[in-house]
Design a protein. Structure first.
Length: 161
């Protein structure tokens, strides 16, 4: 996978291997079940991860809503997850940073109005990260720079009744 990133106005192209990210709870582009949202149990959905490079030392996950009216909203920021093919639902994984609800945990979809897209982004890293509990999404993204071996994402949709 090729991705162009911009830092201080300079474009840089980086290449990652592809991770396959799925969930037994919902299909790619499908609706996220209520139990994984603020209208339900508010627990993370299970994820399945395939094609992780053998040299990966850890995983990181960012769940975000780019459709939020205030800009991209972070729902889950977690790193130092032991390399695995399965992220269990409602189970502690790695080290959790601060989401945009100002909590160190998963907070599910909770749009005020309309249909929103939720990106479950999974990163395979070549190291463990040393970050504090106040770490937010931009901090994690900076810390991962140069350490990403593979990337994949699953996008789900949610709209409140």
């Amino acid at each position: 996978m090729q991705k162009t990133i911009f830092r201080k106005g300079i474009a840089k192209t980086v290449f990652y291997e592809n991770l396959v990210v799925r969930s037994p709870a919902f299909l790619a582009g499908g609706f996220i079940p209520k139990s994984y949202t603020c209208d339900g149990e508010n627990i993370n959905p299970p994820l399945q991860i395939e094609d992780c490079p053998p040299e990966a030392q850890s995983l990181a996950i960012i769940v975000e809503d780019p459709d939020a009216p205030v800009g991209t909203w972070s729902h889950w920021v977690v790193w130092n997850i032991p390399v695995t093919t399965r992220i269990r639902s409602n189970h502690p994984h790695g080290e959790a940073g601060r989401n945009d609800f100002q909590r160190n945990r998963y907070d599910g979809p909770c749009p005020h109005q309309g249909r929103h897209h939720y990106h479950f982004k999974v990163y395979a890293l070549d190291c463990l990260l040393t970050l504090g509990s106040q770490t937010k999404q931009p901090d994690l993204e900076r810390a991962m720079g140069g350490h990403i071996l593979a990337f994949g994402e699953l996008i789900g949709i949610y709209q409140r009744e």
